[in-house]
Write a new protein. Structure first.
Length: 177
């Protein structure tokens, strides 16, 4: 009977420790913050026209006391119902109370961008107001961070254009590192 009690207590403590680590991991993941790395000095000459893409870097800030690991951050750029591109950031583990530089790639939907460009040119040459509403632009960010490396976990947030660019520039209280 004593051995069964000891085994039960050992299993209970082990499960408790696992749940504690899962909880701390979820807490640290949900508190990750991002901003552009050298955002004001992006070199657009490195834009690959053939692939309609460009490499970039972000800074990931972990303001918590526990490491935060994520698989990727994907930001879908949408205007009305049209996808204009995707920002994809490859994940890593960000140490506690610090920031790490993470690599990513911006992939633009060239057909959608050409359509927008033609719409703006048409309005310019016909001296009319363009049929483009910047309030319809959305940035949908999804952070994938499997818990314990296997349990799927995602966080999503939608940004308006001003919110997204403020976040990239690290303005406001959106960046603690």
């Amino acid at each position: 009977m004593k051995n069964i009690t000891k085994i039960g207590i050992g299993v209970g403590v082990g499960v408790g420790i696992v749940f504690l680590f899962v909880g701390l991991n979820l807490y640290s993941i949900s508190n990750l913050q991002f901003r552009g790395h050298n955002f004001n000095s992006i070199d657009f000459s490195k834009f690959d026209l053939a692939d309609a893409s460009m490499d970039f870097q972000l800074e990931a800030c972990n303001p918590t006391f526990f490491p935060a690991s994520f698989k990727n951050l994907k930001v879908d750029i949408a205007y009305k119902s049209t996808s204009f591109g995707t920002l994809t950031v490859w994940g890593k583990t960000v140490p506690p109370n610090s920031a790490s530089v993470v690599d990513g790639r911006l992939k633009v939907n060239a057909v959608a961008m050409a359509g927008l460009f033609l719409e703006l040119m048409k309005a310019e040459f016909s001296h009319t107001k363009p049929n483009v509403d910047p309030n319809e632009l959305r940035y949908i960010a999804t952070l994938d961070a499997p818990v314990l490396g296997v349990i799927p976990f995602s966080l999503s947030k939608t940004y308006l254009p001003t919110e997204f660019f403020d976040m990239l520039q690290g303005q406001g209280n959106a960046y603690s590192c």
